[in-house]
Ligand binder design. Structure first.
Ligand SMILES: NC(=O)c1ccc[n+]([C@@H]2O[C@H](COP(=O)([O-])OP(=O)(O)OC[C@H]3O[C@@H](n4cnc5c(N)ncnc54)[C@H](OP(=O)(O)O)[C@@H]3O)[C@@H](O)[C@H]2O)c1
Length: 249
């Protein structure tokens, strides 16, 4: 059975994706910053490894401990609801460090083995916010749009080596820990010029009366990217994401 390595499996899309691949008989290397094996069903086909994608030693160690893999899913990431004007450069650096450079570091770490075997799939999870100029997510959008950009070039570069590369773009999912994790980075809510925008946008973040994305939608899109060579380069995940993708094209 093939082996998939997934980043950010402690919660949300990563956790759901690990469950799906275990259910479908794959070997799963579920990685987390702080390993908690009990969040997943016990299985002899499951290994839980520590991995912080911003730490080069951690990346090297996890890829070495995982052994040969067939599919890499770069899912780990976080958001920060802040107007561009007020985004502390430290927060901007952290967003790019995790969402962009962490994804790049993992990609670079697995590519040599994929090239040598003339096989392998890299799936990078970005976001449909990259398709629309939404407020309060400017720098987060930029960090994910950068992943779209390098991933699409990479796909052209490694296709001759037999390596496939895909993007999965989820829509808004209030069900994961994304919102709670993002709130830890929220900044500028009491700024008089931006307070009304915050009130309007943050209320919308939690609205579940409109189409949203659920974790199984994302796991299913990642599954498709892994097994279906005819899947498009950009795969929308979730009812809202499919709508946005159709409108963007
Ligand atoms: N939920 C949404 O609305 C939404 C929409 C579009 C795209 N996305 C993207 O989908 C992905 C998964 O998000 P989610 O909704 O499942 O959110 P989540 O529940 O917050 O999960 C994010 C995961 O990323 C991990 N992570 C964060 N920084 C990391 C690092 N430096 N190294 C390794 N792991 C790290 C977190 O681990 P810890 O537990 O250690 O923090 C967590 O396991 C993210 O890339 C996110 O940007 C989310």
């Amino acid at each position: 059975m093939p082996t998939v390595l997934i980043t950010g499996c402690s919660s949300g899309f990563g956790l759901e994706t690990a469950r799906l691949f275990i259910d479908r008989g794959w070997n799963v290397v579920a990685t987390m910053r702080k390993p908690q094996p009990d969040v997943l069903p016990s299985s002899e086909r499951l290994i839980v490894l520590a991995l912080d994608i911003t730490n080069p030693d951690s990346v090297a160690q996890a890829v070495s401990n995982a052994g040969p893999i067939d599919v890499l899913v770069n899912n780990a990431g976080f958001g920060a609801p802040i107007p561009v004007e007020l985004t502390p450069l430290e927060t901007a650096r952290a967003l790019f460090e995790t969402n962009t450079l962490g994804t790049l570091a993992m990609t670079q770490a697995v590519l040599p083995q994929f090239r040598e075997r003339s096989a392998g799939v890299i799936i990078n999870v970005t976001s449909t916010v990259t398709l629309r100029p939404l407020p309060l997510v400017g720098v987060y959008r930029a960090s994910k749009a950068a992943v779209n950009a390098f991933t699409e070039s990479l796909a052209v570069e490694v296709e001759p080596f037999g390596v496939r590369v895909r993007l999965v773009l989820p829509g808004r999912s209030p069900e994961t820990r994304f919102g709670a994790n993002a709130r830890e980075h929220l900044y500028g809510m009491d700024h008089p010029a931006y307070a009304p925008l915050f009130q309007r946008v943050l209320a919308g973040f939690q609205d579940t009366t409109v189409p949203i994305t659920r974790a199984p939608d994302v796991a299913q899109a990642i599954w498709r990217a892994a097994i279906d060579p005819t899947a498009p380069m950009r795969i929308a995940a979730g009812a809202d994401a499919e709508l946005w993708m159709a409108q963007a094209s």
